[in-house]
Design a protein. Structure first.
Length: 282
């Protein structure tokens, strides 16, 4: 059953049906995020705990991931074969949401929850379809904890796609060095002639990007790529996770989804199905 947004208010809670209780908890957390929420970067022994967490997640080890997540303030919840590790909302360590099932073969990433509305619903729908997909999400709004003088994304400590000191980035870096491909989900306001903007970021193109392109086109979405002035600002070439993938030689798919697509439950589910098929093809 696809996720279905029953209400899409300008502010307040979204109502979602379908999916697991784990997915519903993440959705509630995302809709409660605040732009002015607290946030700080990890420090001291937290850095080693993050490395231990990433190692455990890469191995699909639920017990070790739970143990490593505890000193990071990550609450563990089990539901069937799912382990949810979740930061507390309103905590200065609002760092991560992770859903781990089996040993992961790929990672689906949501770096800007709440800011890029409903990207988590696409990522969760893919993770629901595939036990071998790890769900990795930032734990705070992208401008949480930003100083008043912040003028660029890199000045915002919680904007994880721009900051290599974010826990999200540290975990992703370990995973890509283990060879795991990343599919990273973003959102943009509607533009003429395009539904999805697809890019490898700083990484080279490869089989996964080709498969994603073909499956999205099969789903009827208009895919924009390359240096077209209509979407050249959406290619993610400075993306921290994409640069890590380029260094490691692993696949990175930077996927920007239009607002109209993200508002449509059937189209979101079709995109998740297309990504599922693309992973099958590679």
């Amino acid at each position: 059953m696809p996720f279905a947004v029953i209400a899409w208010p300008a502010a307040g809670r979204v109502v979602v049906v379908g999916g697991s209780e784990v997915s519903r908890r993440i959705t509630r957390l995302v809709w409660d995020m605040r732009r002015d929420g607290p946030y700080r970067a990890p420090r001291g022994s937290e850095l080693a705990a993050l490395d231990a967490l990433a190692d455990a997640v890469a191995r699909g080890d639920h017990a070790a991931a739970t143990e490593a997540g505890a000193p990071l303030g990550l609450a563990a919840t089990r539901e069937g074969d799912r382990l949810l590790l979740l930061s507390g909302n309103g905590d200065e360590r609002a760092w991560l949401a992770i859903v781990l099932r089996a040993v992961p073969r790929a990672v689906v990433e949501v770096p800007h929850p709440n800011a890029d509305l409903a990207t988590e619903l696409v990522g969760l729908a893919l993770a629901e379809r595939r036990p071998d997909v790890l769900y990795l999400q930032a734990g705070a709004h992208r401008i949480a904890g930003a100083p008043p003088e912040a003028r660029d994304r890199v000045d915002c400590p919680a904007d994880v796609s721009s900051r290599d000191d974010a826990p999200f980035s540290r975990v992703a870096d370990v995973l890509v060095r283990r060879g795991l491909p990343q599919i990273q989900l973003h959102g943009f306001a509607d533009r003429d002639g395009v539904d999805v903007v697809l890019s490898p970021g700083a990484a080279p193109e490869g089989a996964l990007l080709t498969a994603v392109r073909e499956r999205l086109a099969d789903a009827g979405e208009r895919v924009g790529e390359g240096d077209d002035e209509r979407w050249s600002d959406l290619l993610g070439r400075r993306n921290v996770q994409g640069r890590a993938a380029a260094r490691a030689g692993t696949a990175f798919v930077h996927l920007e989804l239009s607002r109209s697509l993200r508002r449509d439950a059937d189209r979101r589910d079709a995109v998740a199905a297309a990504l599922d098929k693309a992973l099958d093809a590679t």
